[in-house]
Design a protein around this ligand. Structure first.
Ligand code: SF4
Length: 696
């Protein structure tokens, strides 16, 4: 690695939302030498196991090299003519809502922008949703309810400046490893920094915790309501901030005061220690991720956390604030560009007629939908019952990753016409498609991503596209032209798309929205190519982004933030013999393994899907270490290797999400997870399925 050439390409890791800078250089044998970019603000040279193995994942073995129609190679012309014709015919016969795009937080912003423009502005439906719905939709909804926009207030530097970091439902050490490394380094430098982890499981992250609250799954609202009540009782409310900048304080406090923290299952001593630490430490950052978001009450959990920061005025200042860390490399970019079915580009709102008119006018769009489209889970229900008859899935594998995955697989198989764009034709989803389009992947693609601290970074191509593979923005734009919208999709490079997007953001900013990159709207192609990591808002290129909410002004109509009364949902007890299944990631795999499984060293951490189960439960079920267990629910089954450990609580089990039928024939755990969603965000509850377990 020390031999990295001086002219190595600066790019960005394609895995998690930390968004680490990577230096990449061809090794002459079809792979890449990889090193962390010391100049990137997110990682300052660090990389985790996944990022550092990127160079081993880029060879063209197994890649799809030409389009396929019905499993036979076809020309691009034939494939794209077929896609355009089938979509046009379906729309003509059944209306625009009979078609849908299901896209991905792995897409680059420019890809996302063109897909969103085609569906919302030209097809005239809002049926475009993204796998980011599974990742942080509850945070988007919570932010919008509290702040008026989906604004992440903090930066990674705040984690190093904090005196207390509270991690809620986040195994940062495995899922955002470089952020975890930054916190470990900060704690080593300042041993008085305190860290609390709130998680039903003991994880690698709890190793650095001064306090681990092994909370009853799903009771975070009760805990943070209890905290708000304690903030009030101890006189820690920032009355000046609340009176000037917040609405809803009294009602929210009333709801919190009546909350029962007993459901959290925490001991009095642990609860008291946590409450005192939080209340008495001004510089507190509360980090949250999937344990909060992936819940039937995810949006309320987010607002319960935001309420505590708003009541204390601990937001908009260094070293404090709520901080959502996103799962995917461009989940943030997708949120910004309107990739969710209920949003428009640049954080504009689809239900606001002025916003629709603004975006429609900017695009010269023939048709703008007036209602939000179908969110991910509902989209596949509509595919199943025939309301959606033509579906284009880009860069994601819903037959493995969505809850009730067998239902989703069968829905796709039964769809009149399905297109998949991906690197291979061997994923569980691509195998079901009528048309498979070879897309470029990381190391070949060119564009931008936004990380969890609102920093826009460039992904740059280092290797040539294999075979006939094309960039996603290029494929989508070509279909747009073949559907008849020649001028609107006449793009020649990603820089051109980025400039258009940045120009649109100036109109959004004029509407009072937070997302503003208008200062980048005049970038030349070479300036775009050379763009260094840049935090938004960027209203002028010579003006660095200021701290969000530093002036106490929020993006609601009143300029005040909203505190929202939230109530802990009743926890339905599992029936006898049932276990509560928690799902999540492991350190060295990513999503459905389409890239990480190509690196042999990443397969050494865990070689097969497993089930973590408490020793008492294993004994009761007659399960021995390394035996196979059958996991069953009303929706499906999975067969997993037994891993007996007291990391899980009795009555709960854990399984990783990654394995597909390509790598383990019965290892798709999402088959047993029911498609229960948060009523506000539509995000599935992937952490609390009731399952039966038996020796296999
Ligand atoms: Fe990539 Fe995330 Fe690891 Fe950074 S922390 S190298 S972005 S996977």
């Amino acid at each position: 690695l020390d031999l990295m050439p001086a002219n190595a390409t600066c790019t960005t890791c394609p895995y998690c939302g930390v968004g680490c800078g990577v230096l990449a250089s061809p090794d002459g044998a079809g792979r890449l030498k990889i090193k962390g970019d010391p100049a990137h603000p997110a990682n300052q040279g660090r990389l985790c196991s996944k990022g550092s193995a990127l160079g081993e994942t880029v060879d063209s073995d197994g890649r799809l090299l030409a389009p396929q129609i019905d499993n036979r190679s076809a020309s691009w012309d034939d494939a794209l003519d077929l896609v355009a014709t089938r979509f046009k015919d379906t729309i003509a016969k059944h209306g625009p809502d009979a078609v849908a795009f299901y896209v991905s937080g792995q897409l680059l912003t420019e890809d996302y922008y063109v897909a969103n423009k085609l569906m919302k502005g030209f097809i005239g439906s809002a049926n475009i949703d993204t796998n980011s719905r599974l990742c942080m939709a509850s945070t988007v909804a919570g932010h919008k309810r509290a702040f008026g926009t989906d604004t992440v207030p903090g930066t990674y530097e705040d984690l190093e400046l904090a005196d207390l970091i509270v991690l809620v439902g986040s195994n940062l050490a495995w899922c955002h490893p470089v952020l975890y490394q930054r916190i470990v380094a900060a704690k080593n430098a300042r041993p008085n920094m305190r860290i609390v982890v709130i998680d039903p499981r003991r994880t690698a992250t709890t190793d650095i915790a001064d306090l681990h609250l092994q909370i009853t799954p799903g009771t975070d609202v009760a805990l943070f309501n209890r905290l708000l009540s304690e903030i009030h009782q101890q006189g820690a409310v920032d009355a000046d901030f609340v009176s000037k900048h917040v609405t809803g304080f009294s009602d929210t406090l009333d709801a919190a005061t009546s909350a029962d923290a007993g459901v959290t299952g925490l001991s009095h001593a642990d609860l008291t220690q946590f409450l005192n630490l939080w209340v008495r430490t001004e510089k507190t950052v509360t980090i949250f991720s999937q344990g909060v978001n992936q819940s039937a009450q995810g949006t309320d959990k987010v607002n319960a956390i935001l309420n505590c920061h708003l009541a204390t005025g601990r937001i908009g200042h260094p070293g404090m604030g709520p901080f959502s860390v996103t799962g995917q490399p461009n989940a943030m970019g997708g949120r910004e560009v309107g990739g969710l079915a209920n949003m428009l580009a640049c954080h504009l709102d689809i239900e606001n007629p002025d916003h629709r008119a603004l975006v429609g006018g900017f695009w010269s769009a023939p048709a703008m939908p007036e209602q939000p489209g179908l969110k991910a889970v509902d989209m596949f229900r509509a595919v199943s019952d025939g309301r959606i008859k033509a579906l284009w899935i880009m860069c994601t594998n819903p037959a493995v990753s969505l809850p009730d995955a067998d239902f989703v697989r069968d829905a796709i198989a039964g769809c009149d016409f399905t297109v998949v764009s991906d690197l291979t034709n061997t994923t569980d989803t691509a195998r079901l498609a009528d048309v498979v389009l070879p897309a470029t992947g990381w190391g070949e693609k060119d564009g931008t991503v936004t990380n969890s601290e609102r920093v826009i970074s460039r992904q740059r191509g280092v290797l040539p596209a294999p075979g006939q593979a094309r960039h996603d923005w290029d494929i989508i734009a070509d279909v747009g032209r073949r559907m008849g919208w020649q001028n609107a999709f006449d793009y020649s490079c990603p820089a051109e798309i980025f400039r258009e997007y940045a120009a649109l953001s100036s109109l959004a900013a004029a509407q009072g929205k937070d997302f503003d990159i208008s200062g980048l709207a005049e970038l030349s192609n070479s300036e775009y190519d050379a763009l260094r990591p840049t935090r938004w808002p960027v209203s002028r290129r010579d003006r660095p982004a200021g701290r969000m909410f530093a002036d106490g002004r929020f993006f609601t109509a009143t300029g005040r933030a909203n505190m929202l009364p939230v109530e802990q949902a009743t926890m339905e007890p599992s029936t006898p013999r049932q276990y509560r299944l928690n799902t999540g990631r492991i350190r060295d795999q990513w999503h459905t393994m389409t890239r990480t499984a190509r690196a042999p060293r990443l397969n050494q951490h865990y070689g097969e899907p497993f089930l973590e189960i408490h020793p008492e439960d294993a004994l009761a079920l007659g399960l021995k270490p390394a035996e196979l267990a059958l996991v069953t629910s009303d929706h499906g089954t999975a067969v997993l290797r037994v891993l007996i450990t007291d990391r899980t609580r009795p009555g709960t089990v854990f399984a990783p999400i990654h394995w597909t039928s390509e790598y383990a024939s019965a290892g798709r755990i999402c088959t047993v997870v029911p498609a229960i969603t948060d009523p506000v965000s539509g995000q599935p509850d992937s952490k609390a399925a009731d399952v039966l377990i038996a020796p296999y």
